[in-house]
Design a binder for this molecule. Structure first.
Ligand SMILES: Nc1nc2c(ncn2[C@@H]2O[C@H](COP(=O)(O)OP(=O)(O)OP(=O)(O)O)[C@@H](O)[C@H]2O)c(=O)[nH]1
Ligand SMILES: [Mg+2]
Length: 293
């Protein structure tokens, strides 16, 4: 289909439908491949893997926030397989990956693979129960899979083979009695090391704060590229790693643009709007960049 203003809506619609079908196909194939090493294709701005004990509310969170339909159940170990869903954050999509409880021994081999491949780990704690026991169990299980949480402060030396991951702690079921105290305790336990947010996945409270925290942990920026004389599409940013430059943005439009880029103009991180910048100018979230090739 030719790419111009009139076909934008149609193209977006097609993209969505193709993504939906390939999602379904992937879901089906992951059921048939039960027991083998899973590989869930990353989509959107990044992949967030959910870690928690049975019944914490992981599936409820994915159900509330995404297009996926995980089973939510009042009995433990309801989730047996990983299930991805796309969560909207402002004008981008972030992938949430529902997981079995981390204590599920059958899932262990592929669980650790997915955990180590995650962009961000969402550690879910049930605020209607003692947060200390949960947090210690979860961190110990993760360490058993050679994954450590990236502390906001300084990092001590790591054992070989251990990887550091950005993570946040989500206290769920904040709607229940007694959760206030447990939330305070959880905050004290995490101190300055890991950021903690409180949500009710079921009632839908606190989810915006949580999404923003996830976005920050992903360490990406949204950039709007445009050609001279054209308008930027503010609904369709390019997602780049934090620290990306004008030439990285150019390459994201077309692989030849990196070498062909002569200069760029930036609205946002420039000192003034439309400032002319060099190829190595570091971009910030929300920048509009005009590429001169
Ligand atoms: N009150 C309250 N209940 C919740 C909330 N979120 C989940 N639940 C309930 O907690 C139970 C477990 O929810 P799930 O989402 O299935 O938990 P899970 O973490 O996926 O559990 P496993 O798949 O066994 O690991 C269900 O009965 C949910 O209705 C919440 O925010 N508030
Ligand atoms: Mg579940």
């Amino acid at each position: 289909m030719p790419k111009h203003k009139g076909t934008d809506k149609l193209r977006a619609d097609l993209r969505r439908r193709i993504a939906k079908f390939s999602d379904e196909a992937q879901r089906r194939s992951s059921v048939t491949r039960k027991g083998s090493a899973y590989n869930i294709r990353k989509e959107g701005a990044g992949q967030v893997v959910l870690v928690g004990l049975p019944n914490a509310g992981k599936s409820q969170l994915v159900s509330t926030l995404t297009d996926a339909f995980p089973e939510v159940a009042d009995y433990p170990y309801a989730t047996k397989n990983p299930l991805p869903g796309m969560m909207k954050f402002e004008n981008i999509q972030i992938q949430l990956l529902d997981m079995p409880p981390i204590t599920d021994r059958e899932a262990r081999p592929w669980f650790s693979h997915l955990l180590r491949n995650a962009d961000v780990i969402l550690i879910m704690v049930d605020l209607s129960e003692d947060p200390l026991v949960q947090l210690e169990t979860l961190l110990a299980e993760m360490e058993g899979m050679k994954v450590k949480v990236m502390a906001q402060g300084s990092d001590e030396g790591l054992m070989p083979g251990v990887i550091l991951k950005p993570a946040l702690v989500v206290g769920n079921k904040y709607d229940l009695d007694g959760s206030d105290e447990n939330y305070l305790m959880l905050g004290e336990l995490c101190g300055d090391d890991i950021q903690v947010v409180a949500v009710s996945a079921r009632e839908g409270n606190g989810l915006e704060d949580m999404s923003r925290t996830i976005f920050e942990k992903l360490n990406v920026i949204r950039v709007y590229t445009k050609m001279p004389g054209k308008k930027p599409d503010l609904d369709d940013p390019v997602v780049l790693r934090r620290g990306s430059t004008a030439e990285d943005a150019a390459e994201s439009v077309h692989k030849d643009f990196r070498s062909r880029l002569k200069y760029a103009q930036v609205w946002g991180s420039g000192k003034y709007d439309g400032q002319r910048v060099k190829r190595d100018h570091v971009l910030e979230d929300g920048d509009i960049i005009e590429l001169h090739t």
